[in-house]
Design a protein around this ligand. Sequence first.
Ligand SMILES: Nc1ncnc2c1ncn2[C@@H]1O[C@H](COP(=O)(O)OP(=O)(O)OP(=O)(O)O)[C@@H](O)[C@H]1O
Length: 260
Amino acid sequence: MRADREGAVRRPLLKVSGLRKRYGAIQAVGGVDFEVFPGEIFGVIGPNGSGKTTLFNSMLGQITADEGRIELNGEDVTRLGPLALNRKGVGRTFQTLQVFGKMTVRDNLLVAAQEHHGSMLGRMFAPGDCGLGARADALIDRFRMRHVADKKAGELSYGQQKLVDIAMAFMSEPALVLLDEPCAGVNPSLVGGIGSLLKDLNRNPAAARRSSFVVIEHNMDFVMDLCHRVMVMVEGTVMAIGTPDEIRSNKRVLDAYLGS
Ligand SMILES: Nc1ncnc2c1ncn2[C@@H]1O[C@H](COP(=O)(O)OP(=O)(O)OP(=O)(O)O)[C@@H](O)[C@H]1O
């Protein structure tokens, strides 16, 4: 729980407590605690091997943590798998592209909503397509992809495919989106655009609810510009959590990570 500027107590959307995961002799995640609040963009940074991906995969039900508890809106979701979490409003993007190269951009978005609305075929023949076509078109416009909407995704540049990948995560209108290195492999000239897009999606006043994001990213300028708070992981544990300014001026973080 945390009090906002007006003093009202805010309940976390995501609460991770005492999370641990070991691989044999390696303690990948060694007792991690943090909270993400509604509407917050929360960054996770740390050197290679510090446990970020293991933490993500545990939160997404892709691996089972050895210990700890994960709560979504106060509900214990520790043992839920990816599909059940997706149905509860958790979306994700992967480090590597997940788009279907032979399908159009628009169809990629429609397929992404499949888990929420039954099979692709069922949806295609359902009257009014459950509103998914309209949602796909709205995202296509928001991501400025109208000119490529009917092109095969595999024909697009890597950066454009990355945008399709991110847009797919938003088809289910998630409350929480976990983004795994959204800038990885993207031309530096496109990185600013991805940041603006995510900020725009985060504050979207038209959406029924504001999405919160947890973002793993090695591009420090991107993280510091985008995130409201940042968590620094070192050797599977939390070294610091704070605003970008607090993290940039934290001596331990500078010595262990940022300063290197
Ligand atoms: N499936 C696995 N089997 C064995 N060891 C693993 C496995 N997955 C991760 N590890 C180890 O756990 C530690 C944390 O890895 P993890 O991938 O979570 O770190 P990371 O911070 O995401 O790294 P990177 O920034 O390089 O993606 C590392 O020492 C890694 O070698």
